[in-house]
Ligand binder design. Structure first.
Ligand SMILES: Nc1ncnc2c1ncn2[C@@H]1O[C@H](COP(=O)(O)OP(=O)(O)OP(=O)(O)O)[C@@H](O)[C@H]1O
Ligand SMILES: [Zn+2]
Length: 476
């Protein structure tokens, strides 16, 4: 089957046909690094990491660009309010985003360009736009002439009469629908030299210039959050097309993380920062939860839903561990046809997860019936599928901490095995009191013993994180 993707521009599922066979070029609008990331901010990173992993798994060479917007009104305002230099502020939160992506196992992009490092490319793009009659300079600002581009509104479906850019009037703007490509210098703000005077870039221009610089005049897929369709992406297309570029062939947009039915957002004060959510669940559990809904659906956050997702993940993890202990090492195998069909259908992760859970049930059955070979085969396939979703429980990414405790666990295993052997001997001698006493003592120490057809197994009881509470953090 061919990969089909829902394209916002044509409002239809389209077969993915890359511009260059075997190669996929993808641009994802990255963070504006103005504060600590909340779980909504990283949803696009997680969702499109699955796209990237699926493209890689199916043989594509993927160029994946995710930018950093590191110059912006909000960054300047917040740094100013905090009495800190803007460059320190944005660097601090760029690191916070990087840490969050790493914690969640999002593959690092092929390149992560910062807006401030690409002013040259932006100035060149403005020059092309002015030359072609699509932009004009006024009082040190440069504006894009919206009416000069007949295709304006095609991506978002906005009618020209309904266009509101959401920016201030702007000195010298000829039409209120025009948007700012370049902002004239203001005292105390960072600025760069241009033929139209010193100033700083507009947000929309940054992405067009960086996308074309890294991926070429035409590239395959442009992704971002659904709130970016208008005006950000509409303006990105307008700039690029009018400058003579073909730009993106497919447009993919992810839904929001919501809380109480509303977009999780600092301005509404209903946000949960990544560090706070990670007090409730492990990073791999948060990643599983964030990635479990279809990328185009809204994901309504509740602590209960988070714990349900975490428990589902742990069920898969426990299956793999059981097979590993009882039936043999579980390597990464290959996915099933049903899984591939689910992902090929516009990255249908819910159907893909249903397939994984079905396989886990079959694998558990095989294990219980003593069919170790089937259990190992199924587990290998489950690892492959979970890996494509970025949540293979046995991937070493998640197991740094466990690697540290591995030595302790094997030492513990020797001691517990000795106790379990003693218990087996007591049972064989029908000395039930001793057998029960050993089991109870282990239970008091948080060690659960399960009798299986392959002999007794032990596991540390899961610490119940659900007792911890995290309240939404206020806005700022
Ligand atoms: N609740 C959310 N769910 C999904 N994506 C989100 C959410 N909030 C922000 N984003 C995405 O994060 C990226 C950066 O957004 P931005 O920095 O503008 O934050 P924002 O939308 O102003 O939210 P906030 O008000 O919380 O800062 C955008 O691509 C946006 O789509
Ligand atoms: Zn962008």
């Amino acid at each position: 089957m061919t990969l089909r993707l829902y394209d916002t521009e044509t409002r239809a599922l389209r077969d993915f046909r890359p511009l260059t066979p075997g190669h996929a070029s993808v641009y994802l609008c990255g963070a504006t690094v103005q504060g600590e990331p909340h779980i909504g901010h990283v949803r696009s990173g997680v969702a499109f990491d699955v796209l990237r992993r699926w493209l890689l798994a199916t043989g594509y060479d993927v160029a994946f660009v995710r930018n950093v917007t590191d110059i912006d009104d909000k960054i300047l305002r917040k740094a100013d309010e905090a009495g800190r230099p803007w460059w320190e502020w944005k660097s601090t939160y760029e690191r916070a985003f990087t840490r969050a992506y790493d914690q969640l196992g999002v593959l690092p992009p092929s390149v992560e360009p910062r807006a401030t490092g690409h002013v040259t490319q932006m100035v060149e793009m403005i020059e092309r736009l002015i030359e072609r009659g699509h932009a004009y300079a006024a009082s040190g600002n440069v504006y894009f002439d919206v009416l000069s581009y007949p295709g304006y509104g095609a991506l978002s479906g906005h009618k020209l009469d309904d266009v509101h850019q959401g920016e201030s009037a702007g000195e010298g703007k000829r039409d209120p629908r025009d948007f700012t490509l370049w902002k004239a210098e203001k005292p105390g703000e960072p600025s760069w030299p241009t033929p139209w005077g010193r100033g700083r870039p507009g947000w929309h221009l940054e992405c067009s210039a960086m996308a074309v610089y890294y991926l070429g005049s035409s590239f395959d897929i442009h992704c971002g959050g659904m709130d970016l369709v208008f005006p950000h992406h509409e303006n990105e297309v307008a700039q690029a097309k009018c400058a003579g570029d073909g730009f993106a062939d497919y447009w993919l947009h992810n839904g929001w993380v919501t809380m109480g039915g509303e977009k999780m957002s600092k301005s509404l004060g209903n946000v949960l920062s990544i560090p706070n959510v990670l007090k409730l669940v492990r990073p791999q559990e948060l990643r599983y939860y964030l990635g479990s809904a279809h990328y185009r659906s809204m994901l309504e956050y509740s602590e209960e839903a988070l714990h349900t997702g975490a428990a589902a993940f742990r069920g898969i993890e426990a299956f793999l561990q059981r097979v590993n202990v009882r039936a043999g090492a579980v390597s990464v195998g290959s996915w099933t046809e049903a899984f591939a069909a689910a992902l090929d259908d516009d990255l249908g992760v819910p159907a893909a997860l249903a397939e994984i859970h079905g396989q886990v049930t079959a694998g558990n059955r095989a294990l219980e019936s003593g069919d170790h070979k089937s259990a190992v085969d199924i587990a290998s396939s489950v690892r492959a599928m979970m890996g494509i979703l970025g949540v293979d429980p046995m991937d070493e990414h998640w197991n740094e901490a466990s690697a540290r405790s591995e030595a302790a666990t094997s030492a513990l295993d020797v001691l517990i095995r000795a106790e379990l052997d003693r218990r087996q001997q007591a049972k064989a001698g029908k000395d039930w009191a001793v057998a029960d006493d050993i089991r109870d003592r282990l239970a008091r120490a948080g060690i659960e013993v399960t009798d299986t057809p392959d002999g007794p197994e032990w596991a540390l009881r899961e610490r119940d994180r659900s007792k911890q509470k995290t309240n939404p953090e206020g806005g700022n």
